[in-house]
Write a new protein. Structure first.
Length: 290
């Protein structure tokens, strides 16, 4: 049985760890509230913009060829993997890394694949392994803003137009709630919903000025950048939700461990007292016998 000093040291150590995990949970909760507000405000805008674009394109009946919707044989692929900069958020990062590695090894096996890591964990993971990566944007989560995300989206879009990539895929955690984040593999380019060749024009209630073509050419890049920004916000909110849940569980586990250690401490203390009493009694009996 451990002595009292060792048990006391373990109690102090676990109590200190519990204070840290509780503080990290509170910080994650504060960050989550802000991130959740941003994604909840972004979703309706992104969905409405996509709906408008789909209706306008459908009304044209394939009259306009859209470069971002061009489908061609897939030989060169860009995979954008979104993780966090820090750990202590459960399986948040490992799920993304495992999914991305699976895509490279299975679905895109034999293809020319480039990984664009967003987040320090993804950058470190793919740098240590035999992956071709572009590490220009991995620090995006230090300050998530539309302007910074727009640069990354523009890089992917320009690469697609220049035929440097035949397909661009986003791998991220979709934020459902604090305790649930869904791994999402989303095709960013080509824009499948805009493949309208051979379809009949559908009537629309929109009045478009100066022309449908002009509006579509302006809307498509905006819609793509908004889609990319929404994915980054989803990942950011998911990270804070995963960390908050993880730290909450860690705090609960520390409380359970403290309970067990205190019980062990009391038992050890009682055993030591009992042992001292027995020694005293044995000494007294020996003196009486003499």
């Amino acid at each position: 049985m451990a002595n009292l000093k060792e048990v006391k040291q373990r109690i102090n150590s676990v109590a200190s760890t519990q204070q840290i995990t509780r503080a990290m949970k509170m910080v994650a909760a504060a960050k989550l509230r802000r991130a959740q507000e941003r994604i909840l405000k972004m979703r309706p805008y992104s969905q409405k913009l996509t709906a408008i674009l789909d209706e306008v394109v459908s009304s044209m009946g394939g009259e306009l060829e859209i470069a971002y919707a061009e489908k061609r044989p897939v030989q060169k692929v860009l995979i954008v993997a979104m993780t966090s900069d820090k750990g202590l958020c459960g399986a948040f990062n490992s799920n993304i890394l495992k999914t991305t590695s699976g895509l490279v090894s299975n679905e895109y096996k034999g293809k020319d694949v480039t990984v664009l890591p967003l987040g320090k964990k993804a950058f470190e993971f793919f740098t240590r392994r035999d992956f071709r990566i572009n590490g220009d944007f991995f620090e995006i989560f230090k300050d998530v803003s539309y302007e910074e995300v727009r640069k990354i989206a523009s890089f992917a879009m320009e690469g697609f137009i220049k035929r440097e990539f035949d397909e661009v895929v986003l791998v991220y955690n979709h934020f459902r709630n604090v305790a649930t984040q869904d791994i999402t593999v989303e095709q960013f380019l080509p824009m499948g919903s805009l493949n309208t060749s051979g379809t009949e024009a559908k009537p629309t209630d929109y009045i478009l000025e100066p022309s449908k073509e002009y509006v579509v050419q302006d809307l498509v890049p905006t819609a793509l950048k908004t889609q990319f920004y929404k994915a980054v916000l989803e990942s950011n909110a998911s990270e804070h939700g995963a960390r908050m849940t993880s730290m909450d569980k860690a705090t609960e586990n520390a409380a359970e461990l403290l309970k067990e250690l205190k019980l062990m401490y009391n038992r050890t203390r009682q055993a030591a007292i009992t042992s001292e009493i027995l020694e005293i009694v044995a000494g007294a009996n020996a003196l009486e016998g003499n």
